[in-house]
Design a protein around this ligand. Structure first.
Ligand code: PRP
Ligand code: MN
Ligand code: MG
Length: 182
């Protein structure tokens, strides 16, 4: 439990912009999965909990909600190399349509390792959506099927995303500015 420095948060993407973007993305997802029997919408804990709640309520499709937890960051501002599976899905996904929902793709390690795991279970279709994408930070070759917003390499919080487990409850995406930094 290291002490964290004082910081301020500057709004980067408003709650309104996020909602508008989710509406548009939901229409694309509905089109892709129009013929699905039931779409398994998988949120990656914990960061995706706000996004999956808003996205799922915008989808006019039969859905089932499940969660999986994999961790790469810990509490540090830089990601470690390892991705650990902390909680597996509750449902079987073999032969089913699956949509993985992420808050942010940074190095890409979390999404890549989760997709590898889920693909090995032979889903019928497996697609991914990330609210935020930081392509400049990518360390492994992975792109989500749908992206909400491409952002520069800034430390962001809110709408599910934390800084040392804080600020997940902010309704907007904000940029963290550490006091004393340039
Ligand atoms: C964060 C974020 C993504 C992942 C992105 O999760 O929510 O899941 O890191 O980083 P990557 O592309 O470099 O793998 P974190 O591991 O901090 O857990 P959390 O969702 O519980 O905050
Ligand atoms: Mn996460
Ligand atoms: Mg985190």
């Amino acid at each position: 439990n290291d002490p964290i420095p004082n910081y301020t948060i500057e709004e980067m993407i408003s709650a309104k912009s996020i909602a508008a973007r989710i509406e548009a993305l939901a229409r694309e997802i509905e089109e892709r999965f129009a013929d699905t029997e039931k779409l398994v919408v998988v949120g990656l804990l914990r960061g995706s909990f706000v996004f999956i709640a808003d996205l799922a309520r915008e989808l006019r499709l039969p859905v089932e909600i499940d969660f999986l937890e994999a961790s790469s960051y810990g509490n540090a501002m830089t990601s470690s190399r390892e991705v650990r599976l902390l909680k597996d899905l509750s449902s079987e996904i073999s032969g089913r349509d699956v949509l993985v929902v992420e808050d942010i793709v940074d190095t890409g390690r979390t999404l890549k390792s989760v997709l590898g795991l889920l693909q090995s279970r032979k889903p019928a279709r497996l697609e991914t959506i990330a609210l935020l994408d930081k392509p400049s930070r990518r360390e492994v070759d992975i792109t989500a099927t749908w992206i909400g917003f491409e952002i520069p390499d800034a430390f962001v919080v809110g709408y599910g995303i934390d800084y040392a487990q804080r600020d997940r409850n902010l309704p907007f995406i904000g940029k963290v500015r550490i006091e004393g930094d340039a």
